[in-house]
Design a protein around this ligand. Structure first.
Ligand code: SAM
Length: 278
């Protein structure tokens, strides 16, 4: 069967030798910003879809796996997270999850491309429903520069919700950036960065872990979770910090907010390391 590009969106993952397609009803928006090309589609089965430079960022139907794992794994790993910094994350789905934690008193989100956030407000309003929370502060600029200039010991948790390591996000995967993050976090802080597919991007994943260590983090730990619309359908996030062997399990078990994927058993299970990743 040939897929008609008028009714199917296809993401080609060259490095994996695969492609993934979603049936679309219509293209809702398209624009080129100074940083990237953004498209929004209405799909047949996955709700709305955001695509940047040809790569799927999120779908309405399955973004909760990614956003919940990025936010709650890091926040329940830190003993007392009050100040959170999100780098990237312009669709605001991670921000919404972070703001579910009462312990969090302040969240700064540094997104290079303001258009991503403006389009999320219009096309993905449910992800932006907490944007008016007085604890949320938006900065539109380069995350690399922000962390280079921010004061030491000013953040408890850094969440790097970035695009892939090409274009403006490239430096976010390198030791000098992680070293700046380490300075902001001090030795009690926790960092988490989306770390691509363990099956397809294993070299990159290993390199990220090495760069985090080079940047000064003594421990790194990778967790995995499903993400159907990303290449291979299986994704990862890598934590970096001083003490990652445990998380606040009792509090995660008694969490007072609702989630669709994350719970204490999922958190434990996500940390299990398959043989080929050891
Ligand atoms: N969940 C997504 C994924 O893994 O494909 C990421 C989604 S989020 C929309 C990624 C954001 O990172 C984009 O909006 C992009 O503009 C932003 N970004 C890329 N490089 C950046 C940088 N250097 N500083 C701040 N934001 C950056």
């Amino acid at each position: 069967m040939q897929l008609d590009p008028k009714t199917w969106f296809t993401e080609v993952c060259q490095e994996g030798g695969l492609a993934f397609s979603l049936a679309i009803k219509e293209k809702l928006h398209e624009e080129t910003t100074p940083y990237q090309h953004i498209e929004i589609y209405q799909t047949e089965a996955f709700g709305r879809l955001m695509v940047i430079d040809g790569f799927i960022m999120l779908s309405e139907r399955d973004n909760f796996f990614y956003h919940e794992m990025m936010a709650h794994s890091a926040l329940f790993t830190h003993p007392h997270p009050r100040r959170v910094l999100i780098i990237g994350g312009g669709d605001c789905g991670t921000l919404r999850e972070v703001l579910k934690h009462d312990r969090v008193k302040e969240v700064r989100q540094v997104e290079i491309d303001e258009r991503v956030t403006r389009l999320a407000e219009k096309y993905f309003p449910e992800l932006c429903e907490s944007n008016d929370d007085p604890r949320a502060h938006f900065h539109f600029g380069d995350g690399l520069r922000f962390v280079a200039e921010a004061p030491a010991n000013s953040v408890d948790v850094i969440i790097i919700d970035s695009t892939d390591p090409i274009g403006p996000a490239e430096g976010l995967f390198q030791a000098p950036f992680y070293s700046d993050c380490r300075r902001l976090l001090g030795d009690k802080g926790v960092l988490v960065h989306q770390s691509e597919s363990p099956l397809i991007h294993l070299d990159l994943l290993n390199k990220m872990r090495a760069e985090m260590k080079k940047g000064g983090f003594p421990q790194v730990r990778t967790l995995t979770y499903p993400q159907c619309v990303y290449p291979s359908g299986w994704w990862s996030a890598t934590l970096a910090g001083d003490s990652l062997s445990s998380f606040r399990e009792q509090e995660a078990a008694a969490k007072t907010f609702s989630t669709r994927y994350y719970n204490v058993d999922i958190h434990r299970a996500s940390l299990a390391v398959p043989e080929f990743l050891r």
